[in-house]
Design a protein around this ligand. Sequence first.
Ligand code: DON
Length: 304
Amino acid sequence: MKYSKIIEAAYKTVMEAENVGTVPTYIPELAQVDPNKFGVYFYSLNKQSFGIGDCDEKFSCQSISKVLALCLAYSIIGDKLWKRVDVEPSGTSFNSLVQLEADNGIPRNPLINAGAIVVCDILLSILEDAEADFLTFVRDLANDESVNYSIRVAESEKSVGYRNFALCYYIKSLGNIENDPIEVLNFYFKLCSLELSCKSLAYIFSFLANDGIRMHDRVQILTDTCTKRVNAIMQTCGFYDESGEFAFKVGLPGKSGVGGGIVALLPNHYSIAVWSPKLNNKGNSYRGMLFLEEFTAQTHTSIF
Ligand code: DON
């Protein structure tokens, strides 16, 4: 199949449609981004790669980083992880507090803010220098030493991140945060501020399409069973209370971020990243979802 032709056509279709939604204003730095940016990068395991639009421009990964933090923690402590965080879809927004009380401080899954904050706490407890070690993990996945956090975006979010402060302190009060909440939040904001292009995101996530094996040096990052589980969590929880809709329309495991990025993958075939900053009311990229729906429809590829 000639993926590039289909990507070009789908890109054009979405470009011509109205660009609906709003850029997030609750993180001041993200409100500054040009809302008309639109990039796509497709990376196939048989090296049929293709990019279009703003695919080389770096943007704020935000919640997409949560998957990488999960992978790093899972690769180190294995299934002990599930004592601290569950694997059920929450059916609530990404920053919701409501379920924590009933669930005794065990977040529903690692991809909502509450769950990612607990994963950050775990990484702080098991790593020498979590910020540096996480960055090295991502740089190695990207095969690119230039990957970095944005201090500006991290500071911007920290200055107004009251909801995440509330989540972290509340989980701490319920006994599921070991470290100083400020340290946990500093790491969480840093992790969210990671900047990557569609091109590097598609490449980074290719190991999850490849049974956990990194493409450039064949290093096994996660076992195939762990990889299956991470993909299952992305499928069921990657888009919060829109995960059902994403499965229904796109049919791939994936993850979104409020920076406007979405990465998705078809196991054993490809990974694909889209960036368009305007978000729908669930906090997911409007054009990103539309493009991926068109892409899987036209390529007849999905896990279903
Ligand atoms: O914690 C937050 O609110 C942001 N740093 C990340 C949220 C996010 O990306 C939600 N995804 N669509």
